[in-house]
Every structure is written in structure tokens, then in C-alpha cells.
Ligand binder design. Structure first.
Ligand code: ZN
Length: 125
């Protein structure tokens, strides 16, 4: 995925959220959840965000990125193993009868605005 396009989508999403909530304050913190298997380079995303932020609603805001792990679920031994990169077999028993849960989501977790702020649930962007 292209990090510049993602940063653009994040900024648009923040604008929509604030508009929806009727917020007019300055954004000082944006928190994202980027799954470890999403293929997104977080350093590049930070760079792109800083590049695009000036002149937008998130100018001067801090970008905080959480990177949740994925889970390998094994149908052979029943183990659920947290993984940080894609695996093709169960780390516990080596069976290939596995499925991978999570780790690919891109979520806008929270937006902190100066002044009173209502919290909203995480949203995909
Ligand atoms: Zn197993």
C-alpha cells in the first residue's frame, strides 16, 4: 500500500469525524491502529503525515501508531499464537491447518481535539 495515500485518507477521515461531531477545535493527537500484517510502513506513514499535515485540520498534531499483532489459530492443536509476521504453519506444532486472525486492519482509533470532546468508536478508513 502507498503510505501517502493512506495519510491522505487518514486526514480526510479526521476531517469527516470532526465535522460529524461538530468539533471546531485544533487537533493535537491522532491515534491509529495499523495491523502488523497490513504491509504499511509506519515510518513512511509518519513521514507522509508530516508532509501533508501543514494547512490541514491536523497541522501540528502528534501521530500515534499502535501496531496490534495478529493471531495464528491452529485447527490441528488448537493453539492461538500471537504473531508479528505472516506464518505458513503453526509455530507450536508445524501444522499448515491454520488461519490468521487480525493484524491487517487500518483503524482511526481516536482523535484528540482541544476543548470538550466526545469519543467515538474506532472506524476503518
Ligand atoms: Zn498447531
Amino acid at each position: 500500500m502507498h503510505e501517502l495515500a493512506i495519510a491522505e485518507a487518514v486526514i480526510e477521515q479526521v476531517q469527516r469525524e470532526l465535522h460529524r461531531a461538530g468539533q471546531r477545535g485544533r487537533v493535537h493527537r491522532v491515534e491509529l491502529s495499523i495491523g502488523r500484517l497490513s504491509g504499511v510502513n509506519c515510518d513512511s506513514l509518519r513521514f507522509a503525515f508530516d508532509l501533508l499535515a501543514p494547512g490541514t485540520i491536523v497541522e501540528g498534531a502528534t501521530l500515534h501508531i499502535n501496531q496490534p499483532t495478529a493471531t495464528c489459530v491452529c485447527r490441528a492443536c488448537g493453539k492461538r499464537t500471537p504473531i508479528e509476521e505472516l506464518v505458513v504453519s503453526c509455530p507450536a506444532c508445524n501444522s499448515e491447518q491454520i488461519s490468521i486472525e487480525g493484524g491487517r486492519d487500518l483503524l482511526l482509533q481516536s482523535v484528540d481535539v482541544e476543548g470538550p470532546c466526545e469519543s467515538s468508536p474506532p472506524r476503518k478508513f
